[in-house]
Design a protein around this ligand. Structure first.
Ligand SMILES: *[C@@H]1O[C@H](CO)[C@@H](O)[C@H](O)[C@H]1NC(C)=O
Ligand SMILES: *[C@@H]1O[C@H](CO)[C@@H](O)[C@H](O)[C@H]1NC(C)=O
Ligand SMILES: *[C@@H]1O[C@H](CO)[C@@H](O)[C@H](O)[C@H]1NC(C)=O
Ligand SMILES: *[C@@H]1O[C@H](CO)[C@@H](O)[C@H](O)[C@H]1NC(C)=O
Ligand SMILES: *[C@@H]1O[C@H](CO)[C@@H](O)[C@H](O)[C@H]1NC(C)=O
Length: 382
């Protein structure tokens, strides 16, 4: 376990950074901001296929328009609601909520606009609804929006719809994406299969039994989280190498944040973190509310809250910790998350990081050491 030593040393650095943040009250904004919000323009987003244009027996969806891409999410939330009634009232427990809420954050913070300044796509005053195929965030999100939607199409959620559904390509970079289930099985076979599998599983589920309150999740609900996170991680893994050159259009701190966020999602996924409506809204306020600029250096970005600053530092520590250990940090984290008890502790840790940011690496170290000591995971759990 030699690799644990540098990681646990790094936790000392984390602790110091946290102290710094706690001590530097110079930053303008106040501590915990609680906002529970629907994604931007939610009321104008189409909630059924009727709202899209149908020409020549083909229903056309343009995922390069914010409202239409968000429309795919709204429709998915609508058609899956009945399978997740017991997860929370008014569909707030739907496991899909994390995706549209993240997309809304991307839209609000200007991350879907053309960062190369070559076009006015996404500029608030000129072409606000446009989603740019040169934006790293918008390309990554395509794999978490259109692909899930096509998975649901393939799983038969829209079999009653009388028309063929067609996804429109962007004006450039056409080959980076796929536009129907068949082509997606060719371009990204594993990812497509995982999303289809998730929606098939949902459809097969008669009624998923009552869940208990966080952090305990019923085994049935846990299965649903398990499968959506498998598909989610697969989308990120498929998209990351495809869009690495898009990172050159954004500032170095923004690119670093994007990549470390993608890596953190794997830790979050392994804990089966319930990114439902409430949970996502709670943690999302800690993500930077604007794109990072070349001179931004967390934790000293004056116009971001101290939590936003901290999250940037924490993500970086996690990313570097994992890189330093050649991916072993994540591998061991996944092992420790192999039982529901481990995942419960993992979720607790992730939730507490925001209020006690200095916990991140010490917390992981403690959890891993405990796991190694007790090895409390049966073969069947894994
Ligand atoms: C659309 O489908 C209907 C029923 O299958 C058919 O009668 C009609 O000719 C089709 N229209 C076009 C434009 O293909
Ligand atoms: C789905 O959308 C339809 C039509 O817009 C609406 O009548 C229905 O209540 C929605 N269902 C759910 C579960 O939100
Ligand atoms: C699922 O169970 C809830 C009560 O727990 C019930 O209100 C709902 O109608 C059921 N849904 C389905 C699809 O059977
Ligand atoms: C989300 O919060 C609302 C309002 O506090 C609550 O009524 C609902 O039960 C919560 N949903 C879930 C899934 O926890
Ligand atoms: C983008 O273009 C606008 C107007 O053409 C210009 O004012 C602005 O400085 C440019 N920004 C960058 C980062 O090049």
């Amino acid at each position: 376990m030699a690799w644990l030593i540098p990681v646990c040393k790094a936790s000392a650095i984390a602790f110091l950074s946290a102290l710094l943040i706690h001590c530097s009250n110079a930053n303008g904004q106040d501590s915990v901001r609680e906002t529970v919000n629907y994604p931007p323009l939610w009321d104008n987003v189409p909630d059924s296929l009727d709202s899209f244009v149908t020409i020549h027996n083909k229903t056309l969806i343009n995922p390069w328009n914010y409202q239409e891409r968000m429309g795919m999410y709204k429709i998915l939330l609508n058609v899956t609601a009945k399978y997740m009634e017991s997860f929370g009232p008014r569909n707030t427990g739907n496991v899909l909520w994390g995706l549209p809420l993240q997309h809304g954050w991307q839209f609000n913070t200007g991350r879907l606009a053309d960062p190369s300044n070559g076009t006015s796509c996404g500029q608030k005053t000129v072409d606000p609804m446009c989603i740019s195929p040169t934006s790293w965030w918008s390309c990554m999100n395509y794999y978490l929006a259109t692909i899930p939607f096509l998975g649901a199409v393939e799983a038969g959620f829209f079999d009653e719809w009388p028309f063929e559904i067609e996804i429109l390509p962007p004006e450039e970079h056409v080959d980076d994406f796929c536009y129907n289930a068949k082509d997606c099985h060719t371009l990204i076979p594993e990812t497509m299969a995982k999303w289809t599998n998730f929606f098939q599983l949902l459809k097969k589920t008669e009624n998923i039994s009552q869940s208990k309150l966080l952090p305990s999740i019923s085994p049935e609900e846990d299965t649903v989280w398990h499968h959506i996170w498998i598909a989610h991680v697969s989308s990120i893994e498929a998209a990351l190498p495809k869009f690495s050159e898009r990172l050159t259009y954004i500032s170095a701190p923004e690119a670093q944040f994007g990549v470390s966020w993608g890596s953190a999602v794997e830790f979050i996924a392994a804990a089966h973190f319930p990114t439902n409506f409430n949970q996502t809204n709670v943690f999302q306020v800690y993500l930077p509310q604007r794109m990072l600029l070349a001179h931004d250096k967390a934790p000293f970005i004056p116009d971001l809250s101290k939590e936003e600053n901290w999250v940037l530092v924490a993500l970086n520590i996690l990313y570097e910790g994992n890189k330093m250990t050649d991916g072993w940090l994540l591998k061991f984290w996944k092992r420790a998350m192999c039982s529901e008890r481990g995942r419960e502790e993992g979720r607790n840790l992730l939730e507490n990081i925001i209020s006690n940011p200095d916990l991140i690496l010490p917390g992981i170290c403690k959890l891993l050491l405990e796991f190694i000591k007790n090895h409390n995971c049966s073969i069947t759990d894994a």
